[in-house]
Design a protein around this ligand. Sequence first.
Ligand code: HEC
Length: 189
Amino acid sequence: VSACARSVIVVAIACIAPGCDVRRALHPPDPDFNRMLVQPKGQPYEATRAFENGAVMRAPPSGAIPFGGRQETRPPLSVALLTQGRERYEILCAACHGVTGEGTSVVATKMQHRPPPSFLEARLTAYSAEEIHRVVVEGFGLMRSYATDLDPSEMWAVAEYVKALQFSRHAQVASLPPDVRRRLEAVAP
Ligand code: HEC
């Protein structure tokens, strides 16, 4: 038998082998599986016969925070908010950024790569509270996010406090409320 004929025989045997048996695939599907199309089952979002309360997904408990996004309710600016921002800033941020926000801290002097910038740099005084808030939520460059350390409203409080720190260094005496101005002039005429 020639080599060519031998390979023809090998191929022919392979096709008779069980792997090539297509008869099973031609059987009609098991009638038991048809019930899966009609049996009572829960739909994630649609109300179905099977579930009295409607859809399978339960309504989120009140106050639940959607995964991947916190509630974005921005609290109104107030003295109480700034006081809270200062308290959180001094605990969480000042270790690196310094109590006055100028980036002077022991930790900063030990940073080998990029130390924290001064919040008084023109690039950062131009930041709005929203932009500072985004740095707190997402982190920036080498700085991590602080979203797991602060409540949603505290993140706004800290951002507003950073704006207040910046403003405190450039405030014009003429822009102060009259009573504050009188008190200032009493100590520094
Ligand atoms: C462990 C040290 C550390 C702490 C704590 C820290 N930061 Fe930072 N922060 C940095 C460093 C370092 C940078 C510069 C990152 C870079 O440029 O890669 C930075 C940058 C920033 C910037 C400037 C981002 C920009 O666009 O240039 C802001 C704003 C800021 N931090 C706010 C905060 C606030 C608010 C907190 C507290 C919630 C905080 N940081 C806590 C180290 C820290």
